[in-house]
Every structure is written in C-alpha cells, then in structure tokens.
Design a binder for this molecule. Sequence first.
Ligand code: GDP
Ligand code: K
Ligand code: MG
Length: 294
Amino acid sequence: MTRHKAGFVNIIGNPNVGKSTLMNAFVGEQLSIITSKAQTTRHRILGIVNGDDFQVIFSDTPGIIKPAYELQNAMMKFVTSAIDDADILIYMIEIGEKSPKNEEIFEHIKQTDKPIILLLNKIDKSTEDQVRKSVDSWSKKLPHAEIYAISALNNFGIEEVFKKILEKLPISPAFYPKDSLTDKPERFFVNELVREKILMHYKKEIPYSVEVQTEAFEELDHIININTTIVVERKTQKGIIIGHKGKALNRIGREARKDLEQFFGKKIFLDLYVKIDKNWRSDDRKLKGYGYQA
Ligand code: GDP
Ligand code: K
Ligand code: MG
C-alpha cells in the first residue's frame, strides 16, 4: 500500500507569466480569472487536486511587483506568505524574461531550502534557441531548481510537472475534505467574475481602482439570486462604470451573468450596484475589511 501524500504547491512569478492559467490547467476549472493585464490576480487562491492517495493544494498568487500603494503591499504579503508556507515552490517565468521584478522577493526565493520547480512558460511562442538561452540563464540564477519548459495555455508539459510534484510531495493526511476544490466561498468567485469583466472593458486606472463585494448569494431550487456591489474610489469613476444610460454597467452584468450560469450550473439573477468608498485601496483598515490580509 502506498502512503497518502499531501502538501502545498505555491505558484509565484512576475505578472502575466501564466500562473493563473497553470493553476486552472492543473485543477481543470476556471478558478482563477485570467486576462492579459497585470494584477488580474489580487488574492491567494487555492485550487485542490484530489486523488485516492494524494491531495495537491495549489496556490495561485498575485504577480510579483514593487508595491506602490497599500493594496499592492497587501498583495505582496500574499506572495511572501506563499514562499514561506510552501512544501514545493513553483517559480514561473515567461521564456525570454531576463530578470525578476522585485529583487528583494527573489532573494527570499533564492534563500529558501524548499524544493523549487522552475517553469519556463509559453514555449508555444518561443524558438528552440530562446528556450535554450532561458534554461541557461535561469539555471544560473536558481541553481537548485528543477527546470521544465511548458505551455500552460496548451497543457503542454503539464503532466510531467504533475508527476514531479507527486514525487516530491510529503507523506501526510489530507488538509481539506477530499471532495473540495478550493477554500474560497461562492461569493468570492462572483466577485472575481465581475472584476474580470471590468478588467476586460474599462481602460487605464479603472480596473485597479475597483473592488467587488457580494452581499447576498441566495440559492433556490432553480435560480441563484445575487446582490453584488462594485466599489470605486471616486465619483468620476462611478460615472464611467455606469456609462451613458447605464449601458456600460448593463454589459458587465450581462456578461458576468452568463459566466456565472456556466460556473454554478444554474440560472442566475444578478443585481449590480455601484458605490464610492473614498481611497479604499490606500487604507489599511478598509483593505482588511475587503479581505486583503495574508
Ligand atoms: P498571471 O498574471 O501570471 O496569472 O498570467 P495569466 O494566467 O493571467 O496569463 C496572462 C496571459 O498570458 C493571458 O493572456 C494568458 O492567456 C497568456 N498565457 C498563459 N499561458 C500561456 C502559454 O502557455 N502560451 C501563451 N501563448 N500564452 C499564455
Ligand atoms: K494576468
Ligand atoms: Mg494571475
């Protein structure tokens, strides 16, 4: 009989390298929202893969940056906590990327004695020469890491990485019930899907000034009734979010509802409301209230 294995596999790296795409690929669900914009992921999100004799708990994290305001400070705390409590660390880079965006955090990674799997992602849009150069230079930067070149988007090389993870996973009982997929409540995924639409449809600072909070999630036999508030920092932003005759907000609602129906497998009634909370992203106390605490 094989002994049960379980542990935390935390995925970190610069913005937009494909961390969320990778976690979704492992889990087989769209747990983490994905856009081409940096700072799409703001929280630490768990994605759990269960087998008869294993439980792999992946953590998706915000991209590593140099924080410019309190919200980003809180996001970087999620990253450092993910380095500290990992059983296995996945450091992901995009092939061609030359240097870490935050030296201090990279030093922290170099000093850890945890097993590190270095994933060079987006092999689908790289030449063999670029892959070789990337392997060369990153194996010098992180000498004790095991390196794989993959394409998270195309599921290429993922299986081999998963085998390596199982090999390195500690012997342990499961940490979560064996039928769980994540640690986050349903409301969290509503917030994230609405925020994804905002990231897709608004320009410049708007997506970065927005927080989304779901106040009510009421599941009935045939429908889920949801009340969600979009929080902005200033009055002008509220006007932009709502748009002329409410058109822009209606579009967010329509598209989010469609995705939510897919995600929850039920008909959704989504009521969206826009509220101003002055400078919420620079206020430590407000940030805690919105769940930004490592
Ligand atoms: P994160 O910021 O590190 O979480 O990156 P995301 O998972 O949000 O992905 C950022 C962008 O890179 C998205 O547009 C993804 O579709 C794209 N992407 C992710 N993995 C790959 C890959 O293997 N190949 C290519 N070509 N694009 C990818
Ligand atoms: K992204
Ligand atoms: Mg992400």
